[in-house]
Design a protein around this ligand. Structure first.
Ligand code: G6P
Ligand code: ZN
Length: 578
């Protein structure tokens, strides 16, 4: 059965367009598929599930149903992190976009587009939105994960009012509107026209790098990176930033070609887990603790929004990283030379940023976990820099966290701190910068324990138990060595739109600023993941050289005792410690 193509397409003959071809739109019958519930990180499932009959097409059609007339005649972006199935998925999405009246799709060459690059593309080109094919830091390949997410007009992940609507349509869908356009060659930059539907294959670095150049001083960075006493390694973990790292660090900033490790994006990320942390970026970690360690090392995740920053024999926690970037931004990064509008962190992220905000007299916001909460603040010009303990750092140049931005921010800080140090002089290292910061602000010693794959019922019981502990606690109560200031289940009222997010994590805040926090992960795929975040504040310089686990031993003991975690879950140790 054929249905009429959307108004502006088949019937309109555009004589001036080269390669013009008409297309018809076929109505393909389909049925709802269960479980296509979309969160703000989009829909993530096993790749094989997405490759099943109409699985992806149903979700994309539901997206267009949800957007309705608003998307007709508009231009959207499309790209992904290079994982298995992305290239096939592009062709399905293009046929549905044409069939649903979208007038143009801007696709990254080879189907590549990092998440922050998509955000930049949407913002710079004023696109209606963009689709990102990624399951972020989850492994890729036929046996692993695939994902898709829609970002809206200011480059931010689609809000719940859209994702809820998409889910609604996935439950009642009966028809796919598929245009019968031929496959588009993604290997060449250029425009192809099908009637009045257009596909533009673009250089995926162009808009993103243009944005980064507005933020950073590229000539100054190049001068710094080519110093003889500086050395650098970036590990792309065979994920999307591999496609950007060479053009950025080598071609633009003069780094040596061999400073990019695992720089070819692979469909299965080389069999690895593209998550930049001390566990999964093990090759980089090994190098940074070897006698061949460069001055600076960094890594990013599958889709390029997370980052990890390392110095020689030194790990910068994400919580310290955002605090240090905020403290130095005005001096070290041109984009911030007029000062910061404000700063924000998610609730479980350490209080290091709070101390910077206080000292600098900056507006400060504590939001629930999830990047989306920063977007409103940024759109309202209330926040310039923000970060999360989960290896996310970013700013208001885009509306996603941005891995390469974080690396360039650190390079800028290193360049600034060494600007008066002659080559061969006393180079200010990553560790020196962090130690200086702690001397000024104190150290928020921090660690996160993850208990993955816990039975959901057990996890819920533990949270209920903690709720009862909160209810019966009061200021001044003793918890081990610590004296309670407040205990609550974190709730957040968005200062911009007044929306309220409740039950965002159990927190015990002590009088010296130390904290114990419990949350259930919102991104896990099997059972429940309990996250325990522990933070102890110290201004004692003797503690600065100590390992976090050593400093936190007693407060962790207190946390396990208060929560009865072992009793509820049967776990005597976490699955991951970061
Ligand atoms: C994703 C989100 C982040 C969030 C992280 C951890 O990366 O974009 O905003 O902090 O997941 O979330 P979780 O609920 O698993 O702790
Ligand atoms: Zn990611």
């Amino acid at each position: 059965q054929q249905i009429a193509a959307p108004q502006r397409s088949t019937s309109v003959k555009v004589a001036a367009v080269a390669q013009m071809e008409d297309f018809t739109v076929n109505s393909v019958p389909t049925q709802p598929i269960e479980g296509q519930k979309t969160g703000t990180s989009g829909l993530r499932k096993k790749t094989k599930v997405f490759m099943g009959d109409n699985y992806l097409a149903n979700w994309i059609q539901s997206l267009f149903n949800a957007l309705g007339e608003e998307a007709q005649g508009k231009t959207i972006g499309l790209g992904g992190d290079g994982r298995y199935f992305n290239k096939e998925a592009v062709q399905i999405i293009l046929r549905l976009a044409a069939g649903n009246g979208v007038s143009k799709v801007v696709v990254g060459k080879d189907a590549i587009m990092a998440t922050p690059a998509m955000s930049a593309l949407i913002r710079r080109r004023g696109l209606y939105g963009g689709l990102i094919m990624s399951a972020s830091h989850n492994p890729g390949g036929p046996e692993e994960d695939w994902g898709i997410k829609f970002n809206y007009s200011s480059g931010e992940p689609a809000p719940e009012k859209i994702t809820d609507k998409i889910y609604g349509f996935t439950q009642s869908i009966s028809e796919l509107k598929m245009a019968d356009i031929p496959e588009v060659d993604l290997s060449k930059v250029g425009t192809t026209q099908f009637g009045s539907f257009e596909v533009e294959v673009v250089d995926y670095t162009a808009e993103y790098f243009a944005t980064l150049k507005e933020v950073f001083d590229f000539p100054a960075l190049k001068a710094f990176m080519t110093r003889a006493d500086f050395s650098f390694v970036f590990d792309a973990l065979h994920a999307v930033t591999g496609a950007y790292a060479g053009p950025l660090f080598v071609d633009e900033l003069g780094a040596k070609a061999d400073s990019i490790h695992n720089g070819t994006p692979l469909p299965d990320f080389g069999g690895g887990h593209p998550d930049p942390n001390l566990t999964y970026a093990h090759d980089l970690v090994e190098l940074m603790w070897s006698d061949k360690a460069p001055v600076f090392g960094a890594a990013s995740d599958g889709d390029g929004d997370r980052n990890m920053v390392l110095g020689s024999h030194f790990f910068v926690t994400p919580s310290d990283s955002v605090a240090i970037i905020a403290a130095s931004a005005q001096a070290a990064i041109p984009y911030f030379k007029g000062g910061l509008k404000g700063v924000a962190r998610s609730m479980p992220t350490s209080g290091a940023l709070d101390r910077v905000a206080q000292k600098m007299g900056l507006p400060f916001y504590e939001t629930p976990t999830g990047w989306k909460f920063f977007g409103n603040l940024m759109d309202a010009d209330q926040c310039s820099i923000c970060g999360e303990e989960s290896f996310g750092t970013g700013a208001d140049h885009v509306r996603e966290k941005d891995g390469l931005w974080a690396v360039l921010a650190w390079l800028s800080i290193l360049a600034y701190k060494n600007k008066d140090v002659p080559e061969g002089g006393k180079f200010v290292s990553v560790k020196d910068i962090v130690m200086d910061h702690w001397k000024q602000f104190g150290r928020n010693v921090y660690s996160r324990y993850d208990y993955e794959g816990v039975e959901s019922e057990a996890a819920n019981k533990m949270i209920a138990h903690l709720e009862s502990v909160i209810a019966s606690s009061k200021k001044g109560d003793k918890f081990g060595e610590y004296t309670l200031e407040t205990a609550d289940n974190f709730a957040y009222t968005d200062p911009i739109d007044g929306s309220v997010a409740k039950n965002q994590g159990i927190r015990f805040v002590f009088q010296d600023g130390s904290r114990i926090i419990f949350r259930l992960s919102g991104t896990g795929s099997a059972g429940a993941t309990i996250r325990l975040y522990i933070e102890a504040y110290t201004a004692d310089e003797a503690a600065f050289e100590k390992d976090a686990q050593e400093v936190l031993k007693s407060i962790i003991g207190t946390a396990l005792e208060v929560s009865k975690l072992q009793e509820f879950t049967g776990r005597d140790k976490p699955t991951v410690i970061t």
